[in-house]
Design a protein around this ligand. Structure first.
Ligand code: 5RP
Length: 258
């Protein structure tokens, strides 16, 4: 692996503990102004001090984030779909590698939709992005997206998705936590982070999720709604940080929610 690629990765996953807390605020690319992210600048700003990287689109980055940002950016480069369109899986690459470099991104992110009518297209897009990433030293984060079919999230399906993403060259994979998650981790040769998915019933549920994921081998989280849709968004990200970077037990981390 070349120096530029290694350097970018070292900004995203702390080389000391091999862990990462990323904040996902890219949801608008297919959901529009989703609840609590209507004004991204207001949502994002107080969370930045506790985040290792921001995952977002070029539009949100340019319009809602200060250019003095000190943490790395994971640029969402796939899209072309919407929640009201015919198929959420119909994504292509909508932001170029040149643009990612211009924006000083530390990685690019793309969703793959395995088992859908657009599986082939999204996997070839992943391959294309990895080829370009190799040329410029840009890591690729593959997101094993399930669209509206949340029930697909089991170890068998997610192992298949994560392994395919890694085989096609993604340097990092973002997936979901599931029962028997350690099987997913073991069969994926690159670092895995988990999404939080739709907001869980309680903040404690989200902390349990993060705790179980890292205990079973995840490198960390790339969470969105369970952080910024919480009434205590700052407390939530601080608690997750304590779990991911300090191996804090859930009860101890929960002090940030008081
Ligand atoms: C959408 C994404 C989102 O960034 C991802 O789902 C993470 O956010 P959340 O924790 O809200 O699920 O990649 O495809």
């Amino acid at each position: 692996m070349d120096w530029g690629m290694k350097n970018r990765l070292s900004k995203l996953i702390n080389p000391e503990d091999g862990r990462a807390v990323w904040l996902a605020v890219d949801h608008g690319y297919f959901l529009g102004p989703v609840s609590k992210l209507e004004e991204p600048a207001k949502t994002i700003k107080p969370l930045i001090p506790y985040t290792d990287a921001l995952m977002l689109t070029r539009g949100t980055l340019r319009n809602c984030v200060d250019t003095g940002l000190k943490i790395p950016v994971i640029l969402r480069v796939s899209g072309g779909n919407s929640i009201v369109g015919p198929a959420l899986s119909n994504e292509g690459i909508q932001t170029s590698m040149e643009e990612a470099i211009r924006l000083n991104a530390s990685a690019v992110a793309i969703s793959i939709y395995i088992g859908t009518e657009h599986e082939h297209k999204t996997l070839l897009s992943l391959g294309q992005l990895v080829n370009e990433g190799q040329r410029y030293g840009m890591p690729v984060l593959a997101v094993t997206a399930v669209g509206k079919e949340l029930e697909k999230r089991d170890a068998r399906y997610l192992s298949l998705c994560c392994r395919i993403a890694a085989e096609l060259g993604a340097q990092m994979v973002k997936t979901y936590y599931c029962d028997e998650f350690s099987k997913v981790v073991k069969s994926c040769p690159v670092p895995l982070v988990i999404a939080g998915g739709p907001k869980l019933k309680t903040g404690m549920d989200a902390l349990e999720l993060a705790y179980a994921a890292v205990r079973e081998g995840a490198s960390g989280v790339d969470m969105g709604r369970n952080i910024w849709q919480s009434e205590k968004a700052v407390g939530m990200i601080r608690a997750i940080r304590a779990i991911v970077h300090e191996n804090a037990p859930v009860k101890e981390a929960a002090k940030f929610l008081k």
